[in-house]
Design a protein around this ligand. Structure first.
Ligand code: IDP
Ligand code: MG
Length: 154
């Protein structure tokens, strides 16, 4: 099953929006398979944001991401990367659709509350880089049936 990494960024922690973020993903019907709090260091951030390290905003981004602990989550579900990116909204919260997490709750691109993996391959890789195998859980979830691919065929 497809997986995605969510990081509730320092602004989500500081603003008390961790529960709101979890709630929106839970209500979509996705399955939480791993969660922990962590302080991200420079090496982790340079690796996670490798595509952005040369950009103007990177120094500020790294400083911000180190400014408080974050909450790391692994979520699972049928094509969950697509679902979660839509729930999260555009990178610039002012352009994010109303109803999305960023569209409803944030204003600045540098304080957009949440990281979400951007492809199925990235989701697998990011979950593996932030979670040990024993920190990820496999379990049945009763209402999970509605997000299986099978439901699109009936
Ligand atoms: P994403 O988080 O929507 O995938 P990316 O383009 O991958 O967006 O950028 C990664 C992160 O870098 C953003 O979530 C945001 O925190 C930060 N960022 C991107 N563009 C800007 C910018 O123009 N100013 C400040 N921070 C930015
Ligand atoms: Mg990105």
């Amino acid at each position: 099953m497809e997986r995605t990494l969510i990081i509730a960024k320092p602004d989500a922690v500081q603003r008390g929006l961790i529960g709101e973020i979890i709630s929106r993903l839970e209500q979509k019907g996705l399955k939480l398979v791993g969660m922990k709090m962590a302080s991200l260091d420079e090496a982790m951030l340079r690796s996670h944001y490798a595509e952005h390290v040369d950009k103007d905003f990177y120094a500020g981004l790294e400083q911000f991401m180190k400014s408080s602990p974050v909450v790391l989550m692994a979520w699972e579900g049928f094509e969950c990367v697509e679902s979660v990116r839509n729930l999260v909204g555009a990178t610039n919260p002012r352009q994010a659709d109303p109803g999305s997490i960023r569209g409803d709750l944030a204003i600045g691109a540098g304080r957009n509350l949440i990281h979400a993996s951007d492809s199925a391959a990235t989701g697998q890789a990011e979950v593996a880089s932030f979670f040990k195998e024993e920190e990820l859980f496999s379990y049945d979830k009763s209402e999970y049936v509605h997000i299986y691919e099978d439901s699109e065929r009936t």
